[in-house]
Ligand binder design. Structure first.
Ligand code: UT7
Length: 422
């Protein structure tokens, strides 16, 4: 077990996260050879010589309990299970049913899991970034609500809007904050309640989307690897291809915008499909090039889960990446926008398809138009993510203290405004 160290400070003896790669990336902490590195080029050679490095040390996801199948949808719009499976690969999606469930509540649950996996108390988090296309409000930010819910009392917080590419963008921002020394831990959340922005009478969009949230905790570490090269792109000329027309400053809510359904997702499906197929392949190729990795160096691609045909036609057919090196879980969840990549990453971990030394590419696209890809050299061993009982108790105590503090501040503010009025 290596200790995560702040690049600018002393080792933190309260937070131990296992790191398996040695400094040269070819040996583990005990000096034993890592078989992956022996047969390939050194995957760590193109990381900077000195840290801090941005390592993914905690992860978690949540989806609502309610499952809506294709057959359920066939009861409300003119579609069929067969059409949806053949055209998208989707079989079901999870949808919120309780009014109290929002992108903030889902995001906080996923974020808490990520902190628990890493054993990092919430007050150590320096920044919370929430990528979301369906924020709880225009403002306050969903990230601030998550920060408050988790008791990340020393964190800045902001929402990041880049549609379905948002999670990749947020990881790139987290890496920058870590490398700049601005934060020791950054909590990156992708959280969506797409079902509240879907027109349930429009068969071309309502079959696609689902709700959920995923989170990763990024830590400053002296251990080489983690988040490497990134490729971010945008082409605003295609903004109208995938849009939520009203509700912003261009078209604030009016009776007319509501009655004409302008607060629902509008999409030119085939045009987005063409764009996505091209850009997923291009972005993957380009990030591999930047990272100095070949296709052989790559162990797993975790693509945005929008349509299994897009994934097939882009990374699998165009780049000729073997299907077993591409993670697809769209059948169960549909397109959960910014949450799709972290949910897929968590499931890939659960299936042991990610382990120390593996080279990953995370790649997404979405409205904007936007796209993004990241290279990651994974370093944390799941087997060693075990905690003493007191560490779990300390985590719970930190959450309770955060909740009590938040409650107290609300009460205090109420008294202060009453006092001011009298
Ligand atoms: O995160 C980014 C979000 N967006 C995307 O990734 C979307 C990318 N686009 C797509 O995934 C696909 O374009 C769709 C799944 C949206 C549509 O599939 P498609 O193969 O491109 O179908 P299409 O829009 O070209 O429509 C073909 C036919 C049309 O009927 P006609 O005009 O040929 O008679 C549609 O009306 O399929 C019809 N259709 C449907 N039929 C049954 C469209 N949606 C449905 C449906 N069930 N749900």
């Amino acid at each position: 077990m290596a200790v995560i160290q702040n690049g600018t400070g002393p080792a933190d003896d309260t937070v131990s996260v296992p790191m398996v790669n040695g400094a040269d990336g070819q040996h583990d902490a005990n000096g034993a050879s890592a078989p992956v590195a022996q047969v390939r080029t050194d995957p760590l050679a193109t990381f900077p010589a000195h840290g801090p490095y941005a390592q993914m040390v905690g992860w978690g996801y949540v989806t609502p309990r309610k499952v809506v199948t294709n057959n359920d949808l066939a009861n409300i719009v003119d579609t069929s299970d067969e059409w949806i499976r053949q055209h998208t690969g989707i079989v079901s999606r999870h949808i919120v049913t309780d009014e109290s469930e929002t992108s903030a509540t889902l995001g906080a649950q996923a974020g808490r899991q990520a902190l628990d996996v890493a054993g990092v108390p919430p007050q150590k988090v320096g920044l919370v970034i929430c990528a979301t296309s369906t924020p709880t409000h225009v403002f306050p930010s969903t990230a601030s609500q998550i920060q408050d819910d988790l008791g990340c009392i020393n964190a800045g917080a902001y929402d990041l809007s880049a549609a379905c590419s948002g999670f990749v963008y947020a990881l790139a921002m987290a890496r920058s904050a870590i490398v700049a020394g601005d934060a020791e831990y950054v909590l990156v959340v992708g959280a969506e309640v797409m079902s509240r922005f879907v027109d349930w009478t429009d068969r071309s969009t309502c079959i696609l989307f689902g709700d959920g949230a995923g989170a990763l905790l990024i830590a400053a570490s002296d251990v080489k690897g983690g988040i490497g090269a990134c490729e971010l792109g945008s082409d605003g000329s295609g903004g109208d291809l995938l849009t939520l027309p009203a509700g912003g400053s261009a078209r604030p809510a009016t009776l007319e915008t509501v009655s004409s359904g302008e607060h629902f997702i509008r999409m030119d499906g085939p045009a987005v499909f063409r764009f996505a197929t091209r850009v997923m392949a291009d972005a993957t190729r380009s990030v591999l090039q930047k990272q100095g990795w070949t296709l052989d160096d790559l162990d797993l691609v975790i693509p945005h889960q929008a349509n299994s045909r897009i994934i097939q036609n882009s990374v699998i057919k165009q780049l000729k990446i073997p299907p077993e090196k591409v993670f697809i879980n769209i059948a169960e969840y549909g397109n959960t926008s910014t949450a799709s990549i972290p949910i897929a990453l968590c499931e890939a971990l659960a299936e042991n398809r990610i382990s120390p030394g593996k080279n990953l590419v995370l790649v997404g696209f979405g409205g904007g138009l936007s796209w993004g890809a990241l290279a990651v050299n994974w370093s944390v061993s799941q087997q060693d993510v075990s905690r003493h009982w007191w560490q779990g108790a300390r985590q719970q105590a930190a959450y309770r203290a955060g909740a009590a503090r938040s409650m107290w501040r609300r009460v205090e503010r109420r008294f202060a405004s009453r006092r001011d009025r009298s």
